[in-house]
Design a protein around this ligand. Structure first.
Ligand code: ZN
Length: 581
């Protein structure tokens, strides 16, 4: 028997939980790798916290500024404002259909974020953490414009990757300056006829924050994933560079005139500066939309009773362990710093990369065209890229869905509810009483439910899903052993007691599965009782919970819960989603 590792429950001393996931960029629907690295685990965690009865706020938004949005709008023949509004709606719609239960899904171009971003910059300026510097910036003669950093492509001086962008190398995750690149060229035209011109910009003096940040990361080392702290330490060890936070663009949040005597008139803040501030901005948008006035502020400002948890892929970790914390610390105001940061590796597609430009892999909208959201949610969380990168293959996906969801969970629920419907008049049987079999089952479930709860609380999702699956398996084993379809011929009391236990297990599975597969968990719960809007986490001892259904209560066997994925479907989907290799 596996021992439960008891750890301090994280939320005992803080009543409210604030959860954000890295903001999806505005241009287009995201692929499943993006989803499992940020928005999906944030949703699972929020649903779990709500089920435990904690006041929870799940905030996300589209990240709308920057040149990629401008260029995509140009290509679509739209103004950038109209483009962003439409794309925001598309992402909101597909996210909701995936069951993402945001309290608010905002927009980084909102008036609230504009106000906050300008105020943060004013505070940083007042406190001496910003200065104006003349920068050398890449101008492309062929394109007739300044090139934003990410549109200068070249070889990474650190790792030698030959398609590194001028803002960050996606291979080694180091932040770059376009002038660092070897053999630079324009991403727009491919032209190497580029030159460096002078332009004035605001710089955030990050270098002065190294000691404070190191102390802060040290205090998190025991709790945060190694993936996260190792990225943060790598940055600190290399020495923090001061960062330009403005750009020569028109689409963005304008630099206010009262900074640097208006010398930066006409320039905008860099998207990396305003995007994380939108976590706060979107909370403000939520309060405005709900008519809650200043309620947003109580989640962020001097909010000692709030535990703040961030979810993101590893490429976003530097900006959340260094960039955004410097903005907050430098403001000199008691804005909330992240308490727990859950970072993820990448998920690959059939051994290669998911590719947005190459249309390779499965994207959120097309995933929902072929299967319901819960199939994807379960598979992705069961294989979340926590310790290392993970790999999506259709064969593996089909194996997990067919075994875990169809054979183990779906089959259990169908078997027992149909048997109760046909042999016990569609009601929870009241006869017989629980014996040694049931005692041993409830003992093991006490241990496993506690372990599952602990894994969820600590955001160890693969282990959590493994524990949930083991709980489903226990139910099947119990039913096979108890065999009410046999005992009903000789001992109706015994048969009634084991069917009653089986139906109580259905009830338990519904509650425990809710954060992962909310729609099916509701259908499962509804099979044995009227489900409340919020399906609560079972806190009582299992002996009590598993005796919870009233005798004679009506059973409603659900339609088939999970259909198996066939070989024909796999072949068709491999062809459809393969993309250019
Ligand atoms: Zn590199």
């Amino acid at each position: 028997m596996q021992a439960v590792v008891w750890r301090m429950p994280r939320s005992t001393h803080k009543s409210r939980v604030l959860i954000t996931s890295a903001l999806p960029y505005i241009n287009g629907v995201k692929h499943l790798g993006n989803l499992v690295g940020s928005q999906l685990p944030a949703d699972v965690y929020a649903r779990f916290q709500r089920a435990r009865g904690r006041e929870t706020l799940l905030i996300c938004a589209t990240d709308e500024h920057g040149t990629p949005a401008e260029l995509a709008a140009l290509e679509a023949g739209q103004s950038v404002e109209v483009y962003c509004r439409e794309q925001h709606e598309i992402q909101r719609d597909v996210g909701e259909r995936f069951g993402l239960s945001w309290d608010y899904f905002g927009r980084s171009s909102s008036p609230q974020n504009r106000r906050l971003t300008q105020d943060f910059a004013r505070a940083l300026w007042k406190n001496g953490h910003l200065e104006v510097r003349t920068t050398r910036q890449v101008y492309s003669k062929a394109d007739g414009r300044f090139l934003p950093d990410r549109y200068v492509i070249g070889t990474c001086p650190h790792c030698g990757y030959d398609r590194a962008r001028g803002d960050q190398c996606e291979n080694c995750t180091r932040v770059l300056d376009p002038t660092d690149l070897i053999n630079p060229r324009s991403e727009l035209s491919g032209s190497t006829d580029i030159e460096v011109r002078n332009s004035e910009h605001l710089f955030l003096k990050q270098s002065g924050f190294t000691d404070r940040l190191r102390e802060w990361i040290d205090s998190k080392k025991a709790e945060w994933p190694t993936l996260v702290t190792s990225i943060a330490y790598k940055w600190l060890d290399e020495g923090l560079q001061d960062r330009g936070i403005t750009r020569d663009l028109t689409w963005g949040i304008p630099v206010p005139d009262d900074i640097a005597d208006g010398r930066l008139k006409g320039k905008v803040f860099y998207v990396w500066f305003d995007a994380p501030i939108e976590y706060i901005g979107a909370t403000w948008e939520w309060a405005d939309a709900q008519g809650k006035g200043d309620a947003w502020r109580s989640w962020w400002y001097g909010a000692d009773d709030v535990r703040y948890v961030e979810f993101m892929g590893k490429d976003n970790v530097p900006f959340h362990t260094v960039g955004f914390p410097v903005t907050i610390l430098g403001s000199g105001e008691p804005w909330k710093l992240v308490d727990e940061l859950k970072g993820f590796n990448y998920i690959n597609y059939e051994g290669g990369k998911f590719s947005t430009s190459g249309k390779r892999g499965v994207f959120m909208d097309s995933a929902l065209e072929i299967l319901p959201a819960d199939y994807w949610r379960y598979y992705l969380m069961a294989n979340a890229p926590e310790g290392s990168d993970s790999n999506f293959t259709w064969q593996h996906f089909a194996g997990v869905v067919n075994k875990d969801l169809a054979d183990v969970l779906g089959n259990f629920v169908n078997r027992i509810t149909r048997f109760a419907a046909s042999r016990f008049g569609g009601k929870v049987p009241g006869g017989g009483s629980y014996g040694a079999e049931e005692k041993s089952l409830t003992d093991e479930l006490d241990r496993r439910v506690a372990q599952y709860t602990d894994y969820m609380e600590h955001m160890e999702f693969r282990k959590a899903v493994g524990e949930l699956r083991a709980i489903w398996v226990l139910g099947n084993e119990y039913l096979t052993k108890a065999a009410p379809w046999t005992t009903i011929k000789t001992d109706t009391g015994r048969a009634a007691a084991s069917v009653r236990m089986g139906l109580n297990l259905v009830h338990l599975f519904g509650h425990l599965s809710c954060p992962l597969i909310p729609q099916d968990a509701r259908a499962i719960t509804t099979a044995v009782m009227e489900a409340t809007e919020l399906i609560p986490w079972p806190d009582e001892p299992m002996a009590e919970f598993l005796d919870g259904l009233e005798p004679d209560a009506a059973i409603r066997p659900p339609e088939m819960l999970f259909a198996k994925v066939t070989e024909e479907q796999i072949a068709a989907w491999e062809a459809r989603f393969g993309g250019a290799n």
